[in-house]
Write a protein of this length. Sequence first.
Length: 126
Amino acid sequence: MESKRSQKQGALNAESKTSAYKLLLGLLRRNARLMDYFLEHCMRPLMDHVQRSDSWDYSPPSASSASQEGVGLRNLGCICYMNSMLQQFFAIPCFRYNLLCVDDGLPENPKTFKGEQVDDNVLHQL
């Protein structure tokens, strides 16, 4: 009985928060001075309490990296830039459609790379 009650209260709290945020957003969008006041007197004091990390070089614990072996892209130095650009292009429907329709007519040609069989064709990798 208690768990159903707490779930209902949680749902009501979430609904109340959503309604309050919508009301606040509606008020702030209509009045630039009110937005400025809100940012300076409400948000800035909250931001002063947030602890910021000075380190951008985050390394997850080694135990978690073993459980996620083989997930994501291999970092070749600047692959994140290439991946973000490809994601932007892939968001364009005609580009995505044409890319997925391409057939270069070449069969898979796996090669051994660091003990794994990899098809080295860029189009096949895409």
